[in-house]
Design a protein around this ligand. Structure first.
Ligand SMILES: [Mn+2]
Length: 355
């Protein structure tokens, strides 16, 4: 078994391997985002549609399992597709159905992102496959891996998998219930087609998915135009905390638990804040430092979350490198870390890492 974070198989071979599996558990990273939910729902539906097309199935083979919290829009995207949200009361090993004969891990391959299912997944890695686009991951999560770091979203390779499973020659021919979650992942991981990861292949895939019947405007409204007013109040706090460093090249925002409390905000309300400062001309790196909620902490220690975003261009900074100095990782333009220190000490370490 190779231990390098690299592909060991192809999408075509994965599709062949999946054909005829009776029960497939589909996993993704904790706190799933648009790409995580999009890829898992699209692949789940494709597997189940392919099984139904082969003959009557008593129970659809594929089920996604999530470790929350789920975004507010999740129910609208998931609809009637059967899924599980794992909780303290519903652990992976409480599943009384037949043990799966395949496990798919989409949009991550890092144990730190698979905390809730780690113990369950460890003895099953020989029947597991990872499809991911992140630069870092743990090769021992699954023997079968398709790692496409050039892909903007996990939904790019997953679109290819859906086509192979359903035997269609182009994503434009996918059923709209498969095309829509794929489009969601593509759109959200590119900031609705604004980030530097937008490539010809991203726009070609998006165009094909629109041909398949995706309603861009309806999806945008469902996902992006449903903020609770508490999120805007919290955004005002984040912007109010902003400090500029290195002649306004770097902007650092901080959010305390008190900020969340005062604004009556949920932990997910700060998502997307990390990039806020990139709208300022001189700012090359935008940082959000957040006190972690109790559920995210280790007993007895404080944990602070760091999210980094950077601009493209000649003066740009590889924030993946910065995050790695802090014990985290991610992409060149978007990365993060969980630091085992309080907000003040974490801020000090972030500024040092950025120097
Ligand atoms: Mn992704």
């Amino acid at each position: 078994m190779s231990h390098a974070w690299a592909s060991t198989t192809s999408i075509a071979d994965l599709a062949t391997w999946l054909r005829g599996r009776r029960r497939v558990v589909v996993l993704t990273h904790l706190k799933p985002d648009g790409d995580a939910i999009g890829s898992t729902i699209a692949v789940t539906r494709a597997i189940n549609l392919a099984a139904a097309a082969r003959g009557t199935v008593l129970e659809p083979p594929a089920t996604p399992w999530y470790a929350g919290p789920m975004p507010d829009w999740a129910a609208d995207v998931i609809g009637a597709t059967e899924h599980r949200v794992l909780t303290q009361a519903d652990r992976p090993d409480h599943d009384r159905r037949e043990d799966p004969d395949a496990v798919l891990v989409l949009d991550t391959g890092a144990w730190t992102q698979l905390h809730e299912v780690r113990e369950w997944l460890l003895p099953r890695r020989e029947i597991a496959a990872v499809i991911d686009h992140h630069r870092q991951g743990d090769a021992d999560v699954a023997d079968r891996r398709v790692i496409q770091t050039a892909a903007a979203a996990a939904c790019e390779p997953c679109a290819e998998l859906c086509c192979a499973l359903l035997g269609v020659p182009s994503p434009a021919r996918l059923p709209v219930e498969v095309a829509t979650p794929l489009y969601l992942g593509l759109a959200t991981d590119t900031g609705w087609f604004r980030h530097s990861n937008v490539s010809p292949s991203v726009l070609r895939l998006a165009a094909s998915l629109l041909e398949a019947g995706v309603d861009h405007a309806a999806l945008y409204e469902t996902v992006e135009q449903r903020d609770r007013p508490s999120r805007l109040r919290l955004m005002a706090r984040a912007l109010g905390s902003m400090k500029f460093l290195q002649r306004e090249r770097i902007a650092v925002m901080t959010l305390t638990l008190q900020d969340f409390h005062d604004c009556n905000a949920a932990p997910t309300d700060s998502s997307g804040f990390a990039e806020l400062a990139l709208t300022a001309g001189p700012v090359q790196v935008s940082v959000l430092i957040t006190e972690a909620f109790v559920a995210d902490r280790d007993p007895g220690g404080s944990v602070t979350k760091v999210s980094l975003r950077s601009k493209n261009g000649p003066a740009s900074m590889d924030v993946n490198e910065v995050a790695r100095k802090l014990g985290g990782g991610g992409h060149v333009r978007a990365a993060g870390a969980k630091v085992h220190a309080d907000l003040a000490e974490t801020t000090r370490r972030v500024i040092e890492a950025l120097a």
